[in-house]
Design a protein around this ligand. Sequence first.
Ligand code: FES
Length: 233
Amino acid sequence: MTDTIAVPLTDVRVAKLRVAYGARHVLVAGGAGVTPLLSLAYELHRRGAEFELHDFARAREQAAFAGLLEREFGDRVRLRFGGPRAEQPTTVKEVAAELAPDAQVYTCGPEGFMAQVCAVFAPVVGEARVHVEHFVAAEVDTSFDRPFTVELDTGEVFEVPADKSILAVLGENGIEVFKSCEEGICGSCVSGVLEGVPEHRDSCLSAADKAAGDKMALCVSRARTARLKIELY
Ligand code: FES
């Protein structure tokens, strides 16, 4: 971390608390750092906030969510592919040159990338408006996954095999569930849990929501109990 990183965040949800106050939000992602910023983008989108997301990657095929970003957020997304690392400071400066002084900046990516973003953006908007997220991708051991039963509040019952998600099983059976990322990030597929204990594997629910156990992301989360009863929102 450099001296220019004024407000380190350990959880991008903390950054969401700032959403209501900033006039404009600029999200700057490097590589896999787009993952937590995608969650923030959905939150901003839901709140009708003004934002733009700059996604830096070596190539389109290495930008995990390029298609999703374009589909979900349209011209709010600037995909920046192929620039050699040495040219990134110039590109980052171009973004900073268009910033309003009251913008809130959020960045996530490799340490060197975030240091560049902070060094360029902090003089424009002030250190307190540049927020960093140190992202470590959650690794899930799926080798012990077991089948379980899901019952809908309508009474329909489905078996979820070890290698499929609840969302996939419902889809195969013609049950339409609102979804988007299918990675546990956007929160689109979150549904209520009426009975049973979910095993949370998402990055969209808060710690309090997970502890309460009364909702779950159907695309990634599974069951700690042999049976779950869920309510589709
Ligand atoms: S579809 Fe995005 S969290 Fe499930």
